[in-house]
Design a binder for this molecule. Structure first.
Ligand SMILES: Cc1cc2nc3c(=O)[nH]c(=O)nc-3n(C[C@H](O)[C@H](O)[C@H](O)COP(=O)(O)OP(=O)(O)OC[C@H]3O[C@@H](n4cnc5c(N)ncnc54)[C@H](O)[C@@H]3O)c2cc1C
Length: 328
């Protein structure tokens, strides 16, 4: 099978979720005797193209016309490249970025699509995909009919691929014409908070806060500070996002981000099924909650029963002392 991986990046480097998607694509290509190619889209993306070429051949569309990721333009480019190069499987990370692009590309290609793939299997020369549904309550096993097939792949389900920096695969540069990118969207601007912290979907450690945190100051003083002490990312339950205490992009769960870090610390989060859907595959889960019967303890490896306002400052102090001891 000829597999295309749509690269997700920040113009400088590939995102970890894309590297996990590449692992999936490589496994499919190996099982079917096929090949993997990256598709890198954007403007001034030379570092990304160079990095991707350490893994596999790259098709690069580097144009000022793609300086903003407008989904309808990007989808047109993906569909036209998939069609012209006769890719049989088009894949991307199951992220906000790909979820915006790939269903549009699938519709343009007339191809069947599976979202949130967590496992695949080749049976009788046909691929089957496992896709969790209803916040992970059930898993659907799908076989896609026709070609091309289009899938998004959960980053937490496949390990990120490692680059072979001694290899540089071929790069094919493709020009695009403005007339072919007829977009119904006009980019006006972007409002985004710059954060020095790692992205919640890519961090090895995630510290998340829930309704126990009464306001933004407490959230930052407890959850933010513990995350910074551990060099981790900050996450949140939807309760805090709905209350305006935490920004939307921090939400973990069914309608937020799916994470699977090495360590997930849930502070004052009850463990509703919609929150668990976003973090239950974390390697080690630590829960801090004043209610010993909170459902979060059912999935936690370590539990601390008590008041987060007392426990978290003590934890931060002990970790800081330990770090100073190690450094000194
Ligand atoms: C369609 C749909 C989609 C949803 N998607 C998401 C999603 O993506 N992500 C998500 O998180 N939720 C989602 N929800 C909401 C979800 O059902 C819960 O309402 C939400 O997760 C609850 O957030 P919480 O655990 O912070 O709050 P609560 O359920 O109110 O829990 C607060 C917890 O804090 C503990 N606590 C209180 N004070 C303290 C203290 N001082 N110290 C320690 N512990 C304390 C309490 O014992 C309690 O367990 C969704 C709901 C729906 C219907």
């Amino acid at each position: 099978m000829r597999v295309l991986v749509v690269a997700e990046h920040d113009s400088h480097a590939l995102r970890a979720a894309s590297l996990s998607c590449f692992t999936f694509a490589q496994a499919v290509a190996e099982a079917t005797g096929g090949s993997v190619t990256w598709l890198a889209l954007g403007n001034k993306i030379d570092p990304v193209v160079a990095e991707a070429a350490h893994f596999a051949p790259v098709i690069a569309v580097d144009s000022p016309l793609l300086s903003q990721p407008l989904a309808d333009s990007f989808a047109l480019v993906i569909a036209s490249i998939a069609r012209e190069h006769q890719f049989e499987l088009v894949s991307g990370a199951a992220s906000t970025f790909s979820k915006d692009l790939l269903p549009r590309a699938a519709a343009l290609l007339g191809g069947a699509m599976a979202s949130d793939v967590v496992r695949h299997e080749l049976i009788d020369k046909a691929l089957q995909f496992d896709c969790p549904q209803y916040a992970g309550a059930v898993t659907a096993t799908l076989r896609l009919i026709g070609s091309p097939q289009v899938v998004t792949v959960r980053g937490s389900a496949y390990p990120p691929a490692k680059a072979d920096e001694s290899t540089n695969h071929a790069v094919e540069r493709v020009e695009i014409e403005a007339a072919k990118l007829a977009s119904r969207c006009e980019y006006i601007g972007l409002k985004s908070k710059k954060s020095a912290r790692p992205d919640v979907t890519e961090a090895r450690i995630v510290v998340s806060g829930g309704r126990a945190l009464k306001n933004s100051e407490d959230f930052e003083r407890l959850v933010g500070k513990l995350a910074d002490t551990l060099g981790g990312a900050v996450g949140s339950s939807r309760a805090l996002v709905d209350a305006g205490i935490a920004p939307n992009e921090l939400q973990v769960g069914q309608t937020g981000k799916i994470v699977a870090p090495e360590l997930y610390i849930a502070i004052g989060i009850s463990g509703a099924v919609q929150h668990l859907a976003g973090m239950k595959n974390s390697r080690t889960i630590v829960a801090i909650n004043s209610d010993p019967d909170a459902p979060i303890f059912d999935v936690a490896d370590f539990g601390l029963v008590g008041d987060a306002y007392q426990i978290v400052p003590q934890l931060i102090e002990k970790l800081q002392k330990h770090a100073a001891h190690v450094a000194g």
